[in-house]
Design a protein around this ligand. Structure first.
Ligand code: UDP
Ligand code: MG
Length: 352
């Protein structure tokens, strides 16, 4: 699908919005990234269902199986499947690094123009892949699956997820129903330009939308797990995951709005605190000097001193933040903008 941008072929998709350089030809149409951790009972069925769906879609494809440090027979099964079909690729981690790391590895290796993510446990239905692809090709950069009829426990899984999706939508301004659904498709421009940390994979649509990427969603099939068990079930894991998601949301919110100007956040807080502290201090000074009041028993004095110190700290933090941000953007060559299209006749003339 290298002809997307050439004028002769009417592009079935507008030029990539976060593309900064000319797009290289994608060697395959579709990459499917599957994080796999202790799923020996699911591997064979997964490969079979994926192969059926992808062959049916009449596209060239690769299946990237990321073995996230499995301790059971998962790797042996993947190796056997890979030996039979060169379109299957296996990346085996040295230990369990978690789902986000697995997605990142998949995104790094993916060669396809479209990159799918899907769970290995067959809760997502590979048969939905052609439908998502068709939607993406209508002109979207991300199409997110929405597990409208989700087959998971209500209290421990669906309820926290409802709350999380609501909160993420409110905080990031990108309201999609199911951030947590693994079945999604991204244009390669998106996955190649976004770095993931922690549990950040679920925020990709929100971060990408802030860069001007078009996001759509479609209801997808969801099935109960039949083999193996959920890696996140249980009260303790649910609370731990919820905490991480909440902290990541804070980070994302910060990165979305203030990452380029930390002083605008911390500086304002610092100035407010310092002004408040100075005001209180001034008032106390007048009381002391003009009226001879004793200040030793005034908690207000403590507050005034605290506010000034905190205020100065905030301003300093803002300035340090500015330094960090400069390092961040400059060392990684990160742009603070995202280009949709470049029209430059001189470039065309030179290349002809
Ligand atoms: N997974 C992984 N590394 C982990 C945990 C999970 O690669 O540390 C994979 C797992 O094999 C599955 C997907 O991530 O393919 C989703 O995990 P799971 O089905 O346990 O989550 P749930 O559907 O219960 O949210
Ligand atoms: Mg699952």
């Amino acid at each position: 699908m290298s002809d997307v941008d050439s004028p002769a072929a009417p592009s079935r998709r507008p030029a990539g919005p976060i593309r900064l350089t000319e797009r290289e030809a994608a060697p395959v149409d579709v990459s499917v990234v599957v994080p796999i951790f202790d799923e020996e009972g699911n591997v064979d069925g997964l490969i079979a269902e994926l192969t059926r769906a992808l062959e049916g879609s009449k596209r060239s494809y690769e299946i990237l199986c990321i073995d996230d440090g499995s301790r059971d027979g998962t790797f042996a099964r993947l190796r056997a499947a890979q030996a039979k079909d060169a379109r299957i690729k296996v990346i085996r981690f040295r230990r369990n690094f978690g789902q986000t790391a697995a997605f990142t590895a998949g995104f790094d290796y993916a060669m396809g123009e479209w990159v799918f993510t899907i769970d290995a446990d067959l809760q997502n239905d590979p048969a939905d892949i052609p439908m998502l692809l068709a939607k993406a090709e209508e002109g979207f950069d991300i199409v997110s699956g929405w597990r409208k009829k989700r087959k998971d426990a209500f209290i421990m899984r669906k309820l926290p997820s409802l709350a999380a999706n609501y909160l993420i939508g409110k905080v990031t301004g990108v309201a999609i129903h199911d951030y947590g659904c693994s079945l999604k498709v991204y244009h390669r421009d998106v996955v190649k330009s976004i770095k993931l940390y922690g549990e950040l994979h679920r925020f990709v649509p929100a971060v990408a939308a802030s860069l001007g990427v078009r996001v759509a969603e479609l209801p997808v099939n969801h099935r109960a797990r039949t083999a193996g068990e959920s890696k996140y079930a249980g009260f303790y894991k649910t609370v731990r995951r919820a905490t991480k998601v909440f902290l990541d949301l804070l980070t994302v919110r910060f990165l979305l709005s203030f990452a380029t100007r930390p002083i605008h956040v911390f500086g304002v807080l610092g100035l407010l605190a310092t002004t408040g502290g100075a005001g209180l201090g001034g008032y106390l000074a007048i009381m002391k000097l003009a009226y001879g009041a004793t200040l030793a028993d005034r908690p207000l004095l403590l507050l005034a001193v605290l506010l000034v110190i905190v205020g100065v700290q905030f301003v300093t933090m803002g300035l340090l933040g500015e330094l960090v941000v400069r390092t961040y953007h400059e060392s990684q060559g990160k742009a603070i903008y995202a280009v949709r299209t470049v029209l430059d006749t001189s470039v065309d003339e030179r290349s002809e």
